[in-house]
Ligand binder design. Structure first.
Ligand SMILES: [Zn+2]
Length: 377
């Protein structure tokens, strides 16, 4: 990863670049900052900058063999320690080395932007918490005591350092106190309370602030082609957390999908277009159980909102303008004669989907019944 691929944080980037250029790279640094601020991407770009033989005044070259290896997270002088736990394939004694393949895949897929919970979900450690065991420290000790492959720096990135167990931290402490030559430790943490004071006192603090909203706005537009208004809205609610901003953008996109799909579905019901309703359900089969359920929940919400429209309470309906217009046109078809039946129909469909019912059958059934229910006066 190059600095140019890290969102915002220009002051920190400058400081890190400066440290390399002035030959003042501290051997142990603690990157401390809130979730979604880009600590891991910064550490990766920094490591690449330190290792790249063709670095410029502003960034690593990005193309030399060293950069390519760092970019794929396979450079032999770049080591990682991260919290893990037992999984279906690692049934005992979990440690970072056993999950390197997963780590590379996940970190690369997300450009280094993810939370510890995202990582645990990817590993499928179920409801357990990740931790770094004394085995992780021992393995690192072993690797760092060897000569570096390329004769330059050896770098250890310790991600979510607060997840170290006390005995792990103590073992690591020895390494921090008497570091092998040309070794750089980059510890990454979010919660200083959980870090041992001794670890804190032996590392140089690099405080990473939350991202500024402008950086988030720009990145959303560049990376996801978000329109400016959408990017602005997502950045405003993100509190400087890139992960939150991405989530609200995704929610927004999902919401647009549910609106368009529900609208299309109900139009087919109004027309009594039975064969098209069957095609519709065949398509819905492909969107996955979670989205099928959310689509039904969205429909239920439109039905319930209709009650508000029918009782002159439109102003308390919280929906974007285009959805509100659709809902107001839909509302007259919901009345005391069919309301309870429509609501029950959707609720039952949600239960069927939750219990792995056949989505195509469930949606066809709801569609066909809606044709009749919407005609009820
Ligand atoms: Zn390079």
């Amino acid at each position: 990863m190059q600095f140019k691929d890290v969102i915002g944080q220009s002051a920190i980037k400058q400081r890190l670049i400066q440290s390399v250029r002035e030959n003042h790279v501290s051997h142990a640094q603690l990157f401390l900052g809130p979730a979604g601020s880009g600590k891991l991407p910064l550490a990766l770009a920094y490591a690449q900058y330190i290792l790249c033989p063709n670095r410029t005044e502003t960034d690593s070259c990005g193309v030399c063999p060293t950069c390519q290896k760092v970019q794929k997270l396979v450079h032999p002088d770049l080591h990682f320690v991260m919290p893990t736990n037992t999984t279906k394939s690692v049934k005992s004694n979990p440690e970072s080395d056993l999950f390197m393949e997963e780590w590379r895949e996940f970190a690369l897929k997300n450009d280094g932007y993810f939370s510890d919970n995202d990582w645990y979900a990817f590993l499928d450690i179920e409801n357990k918490q990740g931790y770094m065991s004394v085995r992780d420290a021992a393995s690192l000790l072993r690797k760092l005591s060897m000569k570096s492959y390329e004769g330059e720096y050896k770098i250890a990135i310790i991600w979510m350092a607060e997840k170290m167990r006390a005995e792990t931290a103590n073992k690591l402490l020895k390494l921090l106190e008497e570091p092998p030559e040309k070794t750089v430790f980059l510890l990454i943490a979010e919660d200083p309370e959980d870090l041992l004071a001794t670890i804190k006192s032996r590392t140089a603090l690099v405080k990473i602030p939350a991202l500024d909203t402008t950086s988030i706005e720009t990145a959303l537009q560049q990376r996801y082609g978000c329109d400016p208004k959408q990017a602005h809205d997502a950045a405003m609610v993100s509190e400087g957390n890139w992960l939150t901003a991405c989530q609200s953008f995704k929610d927004f996109e999902d919401h647009k999908f549910f609106f368009a799909t529900f609208q299309q579905w109900m139009r087919l019901c109004f027309r009594g277009a039975y064969s098209e309703l069957i095609d519709f359900s065949a398509n819905i089969k492909t969107i996955g159980r979670e989205k099928q359920k959310e689509l039904l929940q969205y429909g239920l919400r439109i039905v319930r909102n209709s009650l508000l429209f029918n009782n002159n309470l439109a102003e308390i309906v919280m929906l974007p303008e285009d959805e509100k217009t659709f809902n107001s046109k839909f509302a007259p078809f919901v009345n005391p004669a069919n309301l309870a039946q429509i609501a029950a129909l959707f609720e039952e469909a949600i239960r069927h989907i939750e219990r792995n019912g056949n989505a195509q059958i469930v949606f066809t059934d709801v569609g066909f019944k809606m044709v009749g229910l919407l005609k009820k006066k």
